[in-house]
Design a protein around this ligand. Sequence first.
Ligand code: GLY
Length: 584
Amino acid sequence: MKWKALTASVCLATALYSTAWAQDLPQAVSTEREMVVTANPLATAAGAKVLNNGGTAADAMIAVQTVLGLVEPQSSGLGGGAFIVYYDAETGTTTTIDAREKAPAAATEDRFLDDGGNSIGFSNAWQSGLSVGVPGVPRMMELMHERYGRLPMDRLIAPAIRLARGGFELTERTSSQVAGLLARNVAGEPRLFFRDPTAFAYFTTPDGEAKPAGTLMRNRPYAETLASLARQGADAFYTGPIAADIVAAVTGDLNIPGDMALADLAGYQVIERAPVCVDYRGHEVCGMGPPSSGGIAVGQMLGILQSFDLSGFERVSVEAAHLFAQAGRLAFADRNFYVADSDFVPVPVAGLIDDDYLASRAALIGPTDMGTASPGDPPGAFGAAGPDPTIKSSGTSHVSIVDRDGNALSMTTTVESSFGNGVMVHGFLLNNELTDFSFSPTDSAGNPVANRVEAGKRPRSSMSPSIVFDDGGKVEIVTGSPGGSRIIGYTAQSIMNMIDFGLDPQEAINSPHYGNRNSNTELETAIPGVTGPGDAADLQAGLEALGHPVSVRSLTSGLSIIQVTGDGFIGGADQRRDGAVGGR
Ligand code: GLY
């Protein structure tokens, strides 16, 4: 059962909860002409309006991104980076856009080590100027607009400017995340989280508490920054007073100063790269290649699962979860070992998704848990190196859009950890993306780690924006999620849920998560009214009997999924966050 979308997203988002269905779970939304799904109703409404006015998917993305940077600042913004998989209906081609943050020219491999060669620790690095990569989002918006846009930029940023000036209500999610970070400060020590007085004043009450949900927030500096971008293009951000103030904030950080220079900003470029595509049961799944590990790892997981007939299993079953977890172990072993910025290290991309190689990896899967998987030896692999198995946190958001002309856009956008590095400049937060590098340049045997810090390099990502094509080459599914390195599993599971188990996008999202990043097998704690039917925790005993080390926990995906059908679109938005579907 699906909702017919007659109006824009905000109404639809409300409607999701009002239908009577088993367990009152959120229901899919259908539209006829176009669709946008984001993690926030205001962002979805802005994108839906642009689409309704004849804008392209790229135009709608700009409206969405600029609103997200305001209303969901913990997850993405002008000070961050993004990856896009884009299908251009006119040429029938798929490309990817790498707007990943990059390390300054002064960066060296010992960036996150102290004088004794020990790690300075994640929190210390996160909340510092060292972690800030040169942002990619403003240049990305400019490029996408020049290449694929139709409406003028000032119309695209108008919704964000209106909200920034007129005010918007702080969400419960943002408020509680501010409170969570403030609680991490240590009494009697200088404030580390929200150490920047501008960010502190913006997010807290005069008593220094997190502003409560529902607070009317205004961000005039953000409106002015957007207006400058509309007037002068992205140069307004990468040169001039905004660039100077970014450099001043980074080099003057109150915890640990960084080393970003004006030349780093002025020289930043978005890179167009070939998509990474794999066949999955007759569908073509296209994703983002290095510096993201997402396209390769999602492709590997699906390519490995292809050796097994999942359709005979229940989607929430010991059998399906076991196979999915084993595929995750194998994919993460390779990811940790081989994948980094391919402009700096040789990544055997073709070998890692080679059919025969993946069949050989699938053959390693037995009836019991394999334990820690080792990296394989894919065709074209380079010699010895050390793995980077570090697990990173997430300040990320996913946007899926298809416009009336059939252009499809899948974008995952990030400031890395919640609220980036916590420093606000001209109304936006700086990222801490460089903590996605390995903190140690070598492994314990002294081998260089592929994902070590290097000047001008882009840190390895897990972001997995994906577009799936049917056997006739038509866009079929647009999907992706935030969630740190769990993004890979969330995205692969969404595709498996739809292709193998025939779920619609919302059912695929509601379905409880399971997965393994070559460590514990993680099962999702059920959320009443949000996840189900079935409870992954019910699988615990069965998986433990197969030797899985199991942890049951919340797994907060933020999937945004569009399914393209012969009649239009079916959309699903993740209620583990504030997702909303819009369009007509
Ligand atoms: N910052 C999240 C990611 O790039 O995977």
